[in-house]
Design a protein. Structure first.
Length: 208
C-alpha cells in the first residue's frame, strides 16, 4: 500500500471516529500550537476518545503531520537560524522554496526539533513515526533527517497538485484523500487555519 493510500485510509478512520463525538462541544478540543491539525482532547472525554482510538484499528504513529498540543517538556533554546543550512540543502535537493519550508516548520513546531505532539507527531516538521519511516526518515528527532523527510513529502504533494501550494499544504495537514474528496482545502477549520497561517508566514518570509 502506498503512503498516499495509507494516509487516505487513516483520515477515513479518523473522520469516522470524529463523527462519534458530534455531541461534544467544540470548546472541549484543545487548540494546536499553531492552530493546525485535528485537535486532541484534553478533557475527561479524552479517555473515551482513546478507547475509541484503540478499537478503531488505527495503529499508534500512523498519520502525516500534526502540530497539536506540543508537549511542554520539549522546550528548545535556540533560533531558526540554527537550521538555515539544513533548509538550504533540503530546498536544493527537492526544489522547494526555502521560505515555504521555513513557514511550514514555524507552523508545525516553532523550530523546536524536540517537539512531540499529544498524538505522537515528532520533530521539526511533525512527522508521525509510520509516515517518517515511509519517507526514509530513520530518526524523526534529528533535525536534518526530519526536515529532509518533511520537505520530501511536501514536494510529493506539490507535484501531485501541479505546484498548487494551497492544496499541497491542505494535503500535508489533512491528507491527500480529503483534498481529492473536496476538490481543494477540506471544510475543516483546523486545516483552513493551517493553510492560511502558513501562506501568510510564507509571504512574510519572502518580504524579509
Amino acid at each position: 500500500m502506498s503512503v498516499f493510500d495509507r494516509i487516505s485510509q487513516i483520515n477515513s478512520r479518523m473522520q469516522s471516529m470524529q463523527s462519534q463525538f458530534s455531541n461534544v462541544s467544540a470548546s472541549n478540543f484543545a487548540p494546536s500550537v499553531a492552530t493546525s491539525g485535528p485537535a486532541c482532547l484534553n478533557t475527561p472525554s479524552a479517555q473515551t476518545f482513546e478507547q475509541i482510538l484503540a478499537n478503531s484499528g488505527l495503529k499508534p504513529g500512523e498519520g502525516v503531520s500534526s502540530s497539536e498540543n506540543i508537549s511542554s517538556n520539549t522546550a528548545y533554546k535556540g533560533s531558526e537560524k540554527d537550521f538555515e543550512g539544513i533548509i538550504k540543502d533540503a530546498s536544493k535537493k527537492y526544489g522547494v522554496e526555502e521560505d515555504f519550508i521555513r513557514a511550514i516548520i514555524k507552523q508545525e513546531s516553532g523550530f523546536n526539533p524536540n517537539a512531540v505532539s499529544c498524538c505522537g507527531a515528532q520533530g521539526m516538521m511533525q512527522l508521525m513515526p509510520e509516515t517518517a519511516k515511509d519517507l526514509g526518515v530513520t530518526n524523526p528527532m534529528d533535525p536534518r533527517d526530519n526536515i529532509m523527510g518533511g520537505v520530501k513529502y511536501i514536494k510529493q504533494m506539490l507535484d501531485r497538485y501541479d505546484g498548487n501550494k494551497t492544496k499541497a499544504l491542505a494535503a500535508y495537514n489533512a491528507g491527500p484523500g480529503n483534498v481529492d474528496k473536496y476538490g481543494g482545502v477540506p471544510p475543516f477549520s483546523e486545516t483552513q487555519n493551517y493553510v492560511n497561517n502558513i501562506l501568510s508566514m510564507y509571504q512574510e518570509y519572502k518580504k524579509s
